[in-house]
Ligand binder design. Structure first.
Ligand code: COI
Length: 361
Protein backbone atom coordinates (compact mmCIF):
# COMPACT_ATOMS: atom_id res chain seq x y z
CA UNK A 1 0.00 0.00 0.00
CA UNK A 2 1.18 3.49 -0.83
CA UNK A 3 2.17 5.89 1.93
CA UNK A 4 -0.55 8.20 3.27
CA UNK A 5 -0.40 11.73 1.82
CA UNK A 6 -0.94 14.52 4.32
CA UNK A 7 -2.67 17.61 3.04
CA UNK A 8 -3.37 19.33 6.33
CA UNK A 9 -4.65 22.77 7.20
CA UNK A 10 -2.99 24.82 9.92
CA UNK A 11 -5.34 25.60 12.80
CA UNK A 12 -5.67 29.31 13.32
CA UNK A 13 -6.98 28.83 16.86
CA UNK A 14 -6.88 25.99 19.36
CA UNK A 15 -9.76 23.49 19.01
CA UNK A 16 -12.80 24.48 21.09
CA UNK A 17 -15.04 21.47 21.71
CA UNK A 18 -18.68 22.59 22.00
CA UNK A 19 -20.63 21.91 25.18
CA UNK A 20 -23.74 19.66 25.09
CA UNK A 21 -22.25 17.61 22.29
CA UNK A 22 -25.18 15.29 21.68
CA UNK A 23 -24.47 12.89 18.84
CA UNK A 24 -23.08 13.44 15.35
CA UNK A 25 -23.58 17.21 15.09
CA UNK A 26 -19.96 18.35 15.00
CA UNK A 27 -17.05 17.22 12.86
CA UNK A 28 -13.31 17.61 13.15
CA UNK A 29 -11.16 19.46 10.61
CA UNK A 30 -9.74 16.52 8.64
CA UNK A 31 -10.85 13.25 7.06
CA UNK A 32 -9.06 10.24 5.68
CA UNK A 33 -9.96 9.32 2.10
CA UNK A 34 -8.92 6.50 -0.17
CA UNK A 35 -10.09 5.31 -3.61
CA UNK A 36 -10.57 1.93 -5.19
CA UNK A 37 -10.55 0.95 -8.83
CA UNK A 38 -10.52 -2.53 -10.31
CA UNK A 39 -7.17 -1.72 -11.96
CA UNK A 40 -5.35 -0.15 -9.01
CA UNK A 41 -7.09 -1.70 -5.98
CA UNK A 42 -7.19 0.62 -2.95
CA UNK A 43 -4.98 3.62 -3.64
CA UNK A 44 -4.47 7.30 -3.03
CA UNK A 45 -4.72 7.27 0.80
CA UNK A 46 -4.88 10.88 1.94
CA UNK A 47 -5.59 12.80 5.12
CA UNK A 48 -7.02 16.14 4.11
CA UNK A 49 -9.31 18.97 5.08
CA UNK A 50 -12.97 18.02 5.54
CA UNK A 51 -14.78 19.38 2.50
CA UNK A 52 -17.93 18.69 0.53
CA UNK A 53 -17.53 15.93 -2.03
CA UNK A 54 -18.03 16.43 -5.71
CA UNK A 55 -19.91 13.34 -6.91
CA UNK A 56 -21.56 12.52 -10.22
CA UNK A 57 -25.36 12.24 -9.76
CA UNK A 58 -25.21 8.87 -11.53
CA UNK A 59 -23.00 7.41 -8.79
CA UNK A 60 -24.25 3.93 -8.09
CA UNK A 61 -24.45 4.43 -4.36
CA UNK A 62 -27.22 7.01 -4.78
CA UNK A 63 -29.33 4.61 -6.78
CA UNK A 64 -28.71 1.15 -5.38
CA UNK A 65 -27.26 1.84 -1.93
CA UNK A 66 -24.04 -0.12 -2.25
CA UNK A 67 -22.39 1.08 0.93
CA UNK A 68 -21.17 -0.01 4.36
CA UNK A 69 -20.07 1.82 7.47
CA UNK A 70 -18.74 1.39 10.99
CA UNK A 71 -18.92 3.28 14.26
CA UNK A 72 -16.13 3.10 16.83
CA UNK A 73 -14.71 5.43 19.43
CA UNK A 74 -11.46 7.03 20.57
CA UNK A 75 -10.90 8.31 24.10
CA UNK A 76 -8.33 10.28 26.04
CA UNK A 77 -7.51 8.37 29.21
CA UNK A 78 -7.08 10.10 32.55
CA UNK A 79 -3.33 9.71 32.02
CA UNK A 80 -3.63 11.66 28.74
CA UNK A 81 -3.10 8.72 26.39
CA UNK A 82 -5.15 8.45 23.20
CA UNK A 83 -6.84 5.07 22.79
CA UNK A 84 -9.31 3.38 20.43
CA UNK A 85 -11.79 0.80 21.74
CA UNK A 86 -11.54 -2.57 19.96
CA UNK A 87 -10.64 -1.23 16.48
CA UNK A 88 -9.69 -4.64 15.09
CA UNK A 89 -13.19 -5.98 15.78
CA UNK A 90 -14.82 -3.02 14.03
CA UNK A 91 -12.49 -3.27 11.04
CA UNK A 92 -13.25 -6.97 10.76
CA UNK A 93 -16.97 -6.22 10.85
CA UNK A 94 -16.54 -3.51 8.19
CA UNK A 95 -14.94 -6.10 5.92
CA UNK A 96 -17.64 -8.67 6.75
CA UNK A 97 -20.30 -6.12 5.81
CA UNK A 98 -18.35 -5.17 2.67
CA UNK A 99 -18.23 -8.79 1.44
CA UNK A 100 -21.99 -9.13 1.75
CA UNK A 101 -22.64 -6.22 -0.62
CA UNK A 102 -19.75 -6.93 -3.03
CA UNK A 103 -17.51 -4.11 -1.83
CA UNK A 104 -13.78 -4.91 -2.01
CA UNK A 105 -12.24 -5.50 1.41
CA UNK A 106 -9.66 -3.19 2.93
CA UNK A 107 -6.39 -4.35 4.45
CA UNK A 108 -7.11 -4.58 8.20
CA UNK A 109 -3.70 -3.37 9.32
CA UNK A 110 -3.58 -0.50 6.89
CA UNK A 111 -7.02 0.74 7.92
CA UNK A 112 -6.00 0.49 11.56
CA UNK A 113 -2.90 2.56 10.77
CA UNK A 114 -4.95 5.14 8.84
CA UNK A 115 -7.39 5.46 11.77
CA UNK A 116 -4.54 5.99 14.19
CA UNK A 117 -2.89 8.62 12.01
CA UNK A 118 -6.14 10.59 11.60
CA UNK A 119 -6.90 10.40 15.31
CA UNK A 120 -3.40 11.47 16.22
CA UNK A 121 -3.83 14.57 14.02
CA UNK A 122 -7.28 15.31 15.48
CA UNK A 123 -6.51 14.40 19.10
CA UNK A 124 -7.41 17.87 20.40
CA UNK A 125 -10.99 17.09 19.38
CA UNK A 126 -11.34 14.21 21.85
CA UNK A 127 -13.70 15.26 24.65
CA UNK A 128 -12.95 13.91 28.10
CA UNK A 129 -16.15 13.96 30.19
CA UNK A 130 -17.52 10.57 31.22
CA UNK A 131 -19.66 9.23 28.35
CA UNK A 132 -17.99 11.51 25.78
CA UNK A 133 -15.62 10.42 23.04
CA UNK A 134 -14.44 10.98 19.51
CA UNK A 135 -16.78 8.91 17.35
CA UNK A 136 -15.11 7.42 14.29
CA UNK A 137 -17.24 6.79 11.23
CA UNK A 138 -15.48 4.90 8.41
CA UNK A 139 -17.67 4.29 5.39
CA UNK A 140 -17.31 2.97 1.85
CA UNK A 141 -19.56 3.56 -1.12
CA UNK A 142 -19.74 2.57 -4.79
CA UNK A 143 -18.92 5.57 -6.95
CA UNK A 144 -19.26 4.48 -10.62
CA UNK A 145 -21.62 6.67 -12.61
CA UNK A 146 -23.77 3.96 -14.14
CA UNK A 147 -27.45 3.15 -13.92
CA UNK A 148 -27.44 -0.62 -14.47
CA UNK A 149 -27.63 -2.82 -11.39
CA UNK A 150 -24.24 -4.40 -10.72
CA UNK A 151 -21.43 -3.96 -8.20
CA UNK A 152 -19.55 -0.71 -8.76
CA UNK A 153 -15.98 -0.86 -10.11
CA UNK A 154 -14.88 2.22 -8.17
CA UNK A 155 -15.29 3.02 -4.49
CA UNK A 156 -14.42 5.67 -1.99
CA UNK A 157 -13.58 5.06 1.64
CA UNK A 158 -13.82 7.99 4.03
CA UNK A 159 -13.19 8.23 7.75
CA UNK A 160 -15.09 11.04 9.42
CA UNK A 161 -14.63 12.02 13.07
CA UNK A 162 -17.21 13.57 15.36
CA UNK A 163 -16.85 14.53 19.04
CA UNK A 164 -19.93 13.07 20.77
CA UNK A 165 -21.76 12.77 24.06
CA UNK A 166 -24.95 10.79 24.71
CA UNK A 167 -26.67 9.27 21.67
CA UNK A 168 -30.29 9.65 22.76
CA UNK A 169 -31.99 12.98 23.48
CA UNK A 170 -32.71 11.59 26.99
CA UNK A 171 -28.95 11.74 27.67
CA UNK A 172 -28.05 8.74 29.80
CA UNK A 173 -31.56 8.51 31.27
CA UNK A 174 -33.72 5.43 30.54
CA UNK A 175 -35.39 5.30 27.14
CA UNK A 176 -38.93 4.34 26.18
CA UNK A 177 -39.16 1.58 23.59
CA UNK A 178 -42.09 0.39 21.47
CA UNK A 179 -42.06 -3.24 20.36
CA UNK A 180 -42.56 -3.08 16.62
CA UNK A 181 -44.94 -5.64 15.15
CA UNK A 182 -46.09 -3.78 12.07
CA UNK A 183 -42.92 -3.59 9.98
CA UNK A 184 -39.77 -5.71 9.91
CA UNK A 185 -36.17 -4.53 9.79
CA UNK A 186 -34.39 -7.56 8.40
CA UNK A 187 -34.71 -11.29 7.79
CA UNK A 188 -32.22 -14.08 8.35
CA UNK A 189 -29.80 -14.44 5.43
CA UNK A 190 -30.64 -10.86 4.43
CA UNK A 191 -28.59 -7.80 5.39
CA UNK A 192 -29.48 -7.53 9.06
CA UNK A 193 -26.07 -8.48 10.38
CA UNK A 194 -24.27 -5.97 8.12
CA UNK A 195 -23.73 -2.34 8.85
CA UNK A 196 -25.20 -1.16 5.58
CA UNK A 197 -27.38 1.94 5.16
CA UNK A 198 -30.35 -0.11 3.89
CA UNK A 199 -31.01 -1.44 7.41
CA UNK A 200 -31.22 2.06 8.77
CA UNK A 201 -33.46 3.26 5.92
CA UNK A 202 -35.74 0.28 6.67
CA UNK A 203 -36.03 1.41 10.29
CA UNK A 204 -36.92 5.08 9.73
CA UNK A 205 -40.69 4.92 9.28
CA UNK A 206 -41.21 2.71 12.34
CA UNK A 207 -38.89 5.00 14.33
CA UNK A 208 -40.79 8.12 13.29
CA UNK A 209 -44.19 6.59 14.05
CA UNK A 210 -42.92 5.50 17.46
CA UNK A 211 -41.47 8.95 18.17
CA UNK A 212 -44.82 10.57 17.42
CA UNK A 213 -46.34 8.31 20.07
CA UNK A 214 -43.70 9.40 22.62
CA UNK A 215 -41.21 6.52 22.28
CA UNK A 216 -37.47 6.90 21.82
CA UNK A 217 -37.01 3.91 19.51
CA UNK A 218 -38.48 0.56 18.52
CA UNK A 219 -37.53 -3.00 19.41
CA UNK A 220 -37.60 -5.16 16.31
CA UNK A 221 -39.03 -8.65 16.26
CA UNK A 222 -37.75 -11.34 13.89
CA UNK A 223 -38.73 -10.78 10.27
CA UNK A 224 -40.44 -14.14 9.72
CA UNK A 225 -42.71 -14.94 12.66
CA UNK A 226 -42.53 -11.58 14.44
CA UNK A 227 -42.25 -13.54 17.62
CA UNK A 228 -38.60 -13.36 18.73
CA UNK A 229 -37.01 -10.15 19.94
CA UNK A 230 -33.99 -9.06 17.88
CA UNK A 231 -32.47 -5.60 18.34
CA UNK A 232 -33.30 -1.92 18.54
CA UNK A 233 -31.49 -0.87 15.36
CA UNK A 234 -29.23 1.54 17.22
CA UNK A 235 -28.40 -1.02 19.91
CA UNK A 236 -28.56 -4.69 20.91
CA UNK A 237 -30.92 -5.66 23.71
CA UNK A 238 -30.47 -7.51 27.03
CA UNK A 239 -33.24 -8.73 29.35
CA UNK A 240 -32.45 -9.23 33.00
CA UNK A 241 -34.64 -12.13 34.14
CA UNK A 242 -34.52 -13.13 37.83
CA UNK A 243 -31.87 -15.82 37.39
CA UNK A 244 -30.45 -15.15 33.97
CA UNK A 245 -29.45 -12.24 31.77
CA UNK A 246 -30.45 -12.98 28.18
CA UNK A 247 -29.59 -11.42 24.85
CA UNK A 248 -30.95 -12.69 21.52
CA UNK A 249 -28.48 -15.03 19.89
CA UNK A 250 -26.94 -13.91 16.62
CA UNK A 251 -28.97 -15.43 13.83
CA UNK A 252 -27.88 -13.49 10.76
CA UNK A 253 -30.44 -10.72 11.06
CA UNK A 254 -29.02 -9.11 14.22
CA UNK A 255 -26.00 -6.82 14.19
CA UNK A 256 -23.10 -8.50 16.05
CA UNK A 257 -22.48 -5.51 18.32
CA UNK A 258 -19.01 -4.91 19.70
CA UNK A 259 -20.44 -3.49 22.93
CA UNK A 260 -22.79 -6.50 23.04
CA UNK A 261 -19.74 -8.76 22.91
CA UNK A 262 -17.91 -6.68 25.55
CA UNK A 263 -20.91 -6.79 27.89
CA UNK A 264 -21.24 -10.57 27.54
CA UNK A 265 -17.54 -10.89 28.44
CA UNK A 266 -17.85 -8.56 31.45
CA UNK A 267 -20.95 -10.35 32.75
CA UNK A 268 -19.09 -13.67 32.48
CA UNK A 269 -16.13 -12.12 34.36
CA UNK A 270 -18.56 -11.16 37.10
CA UNK A 271 -19.96 -14.70 37.30
CA UNK A 272 -23.39 -13.58 36.09
CA UNK A 273 -25.45 -16.15 34.22
CA UNK A 274 -25.58 -14.67 30.71
CA UNK A 275 -27.20 -16.62 27.89
CA UNK A 276 -27.43 -15.96 24.17
CA UNK A 277 -30.65 -17.62 23.07
CA UNK A 278 -33.97 -17.12 21.33
CA UNK A 279 -36.34 -14.99 23.42
CA UNK A 280 -39.94 -14.46 22.43
CA UNK A 281 -41.71 -11.23 23.26
CA UNK A 282 -44.39 -13.42 24.88
CA UNK A 283 -41.77 -14.80 27.30
CA UNK A 284 -40.79 -11.24 28.27
CA UNK A 285 -44.43 -10.25 28.84
CA UNK A 286 -45.27 -13.44 30.79
CA UNK A 287 -42.17 -13.19 32.98
CA UNK A 288 -42.83 -9.50 33.56
CA UNK A 289 -46.36 -10.34 34.74
CA UNK A 290 -44.86 -12.99 37.04
CA UNK A 291 -42.50 -10.40 38.50
CA UNK A 292 -39.46 -12.09 36.99
CA UNK A 293 -38.03 -9.28 34.86
CA UNK A 294 -35.65 -7.04 36.78
CA UNK A 295 -34.72 -4.78 33.90
CA UNK A 296 -33.95 -4.28 30.22
CA UNK A 297 -31.01 -2.44 28.70
CA UNK A 298 -29.46 -1.82 25.32
CA UNK A 299 -25.81 -1.81 24.26
CA UNK A 300 -24.12 -0.08 21.36
CA UNK A 301 -21.03 1.89 20.47
CA UNK A 302 -23.02 5.09 20.19
CA UNK A 303 -25.47 4.32 23.01
CA UNK A 304 -22.87 2.63 25.32
CA UNK A 305 -25.29 1.16 27.92
CA UNK A 306 -28.78 2.54 27.78
CA UNK A 307 -31.38 1.55 30.35
CA UNK A 308 -34.83 0.82 29.00
CA UNK A 309 -37.33 2.30 31.45
CA UNK A 310 -40.43 1.31 29.53
CA UNK A 311 -41.22 -1.35 26.95
CA UNK A 312 -44.62 -1.32 25.27
CA UNK A 313 -46.03 -4.30 23.38
CA UNK A 314 -49.44 -3.94 21.74
CA UNK A 315 -50.43 -1.29 24.30
CA UNK A 316 -49.23 -3.30 27.33
CA UNK A 317 -46.66 -1.14 29.10
CA UNK A 318 -43.88 -2.74 31.13
CA UNK A 319 -42.00 -0.41 33.47
CA UNK A 320 -38.58 -1.36 34.82
CA UNK A 321 -37.00 0.01 37.99
CA UNK A 322 -39.68 2.72 38.16
CA UNK A 323 -38.21 4.28 35.03
CA UNK A 324 -34.79 4.74 36.69
CA UNK A 325 -31.54 3.10 35.51
CA UNK A 326 -31.20 -0.47 36.82
CA UNK A 327 -28.30 -1.38 39.12
CA UNK A 328 -26.74 -3.76 36.62
CA UNK A 329 -26.96 -1.19 33.80
CA UNK A 330 -25.29 1.44 36.00
CA UNK A 331 -22.56 -1.00 36.96
CA UNK A 332 -21.96 -1.95 33.32
CA UNK A 333 -21.91 1.69 32.19
CA UNK A 334 -19.38 2.43 34.91
CA UNK A 335 -17.24 -0.57 34.05
CA UNK A 336 -17.12 0.11 30.31
CA UNK A 337 -16.56 3.86 30.65
CA UNK A 338 -13.89 3.24 33.32
CA UNK A 339 -12.09 1.01 30.81
CA UNK A 340 -12.46 3.74 28.15
CA UNK A 341 -10.74 6.35 30.32
CA UNK A 342 -8.07 4.00 31.67
CA UNK A 343 -9.51 4.19 35.20
CA UNK A 344 -9.47 0.42 35.68
CA UNK A 345 -7.36 -2.35 34.24
CA UNK A 346 -8.00 -3.13 30.58
CA UNK A 347 -7.97 -6.85 31.35
CA UNK A 348 -9.06 -7.99 27.89
CA UNK A 349 -6.75 -5.65 25.94
CA UNK A 350 -9.63 -3.80 24.35
CA UNK A 351 -7.79 -0.49 24.10
CA UNK A 352 -5.33 0.19 21.29
CA UNK A 353 -2.95 3.02 22.03
CA UNK A 354 -2.50 5.66 19.36
CA UNK A 355 1.03 6.83 18.86
CA UNK A 356 0.79 10.61 18.95
CA UNK A 357 2.97 12.25 16.29
CA UNK A 358 3.60 15.79 15.24
CA UNK A 359 3.01 16.04 11.50
CA UNK A 360 4.11 19.18 9.74
CA UNK A 361 1.44 21.21 8.04
C1 COI B 1 -23.19 2.77 16.61
O1 COI B 1 -23.59 2.41 17.71
O2 COI B 1 -22.02 3.10 16.40
C2 COI B 1 -24.08 2.84 15.48
O3 COI B 1 -23.59 2.75 14.40
C3 COI B 1 -25.51 3.03 15.72
C4 COI B 1 -26.08 4.22 15.03
C5 COI B 1 -25.47 5.52 15.42
C6 COI B 1 -26.18 4.06 13.57
Amino acid sequence: MEKIKYDLVARKEPVKIPKNLGFGKYFTDHVFEMDYSNEKGWHNPTIKKLENLSIHPGSMYFHYGQGVFEGLKAFKTDAGEVVIFRPEKHIQRLNNSARRVCIPEVDNEFLHYALSELISIERDWIPTEKGESLYIRPFIFGSDSFLGVKPSSNYKLIILLSPVGAYYPEGFKPVKILVQDEYVRAVRKGLGECKTPANYAASLLAGEEARKKGFTQVLWLDGIEQKYIEEVGTMNIFIKFKNEVVTPKLNGSILPGVTRDSVITILKDWGINITERLVTIDEVVTEYKNGNVDGVFGTGTAAIISSVGWLNFKGFEMTFNNGEPGDLDKKLFDEITSIHYGQIEDRHNWLTHVEVKEIEV
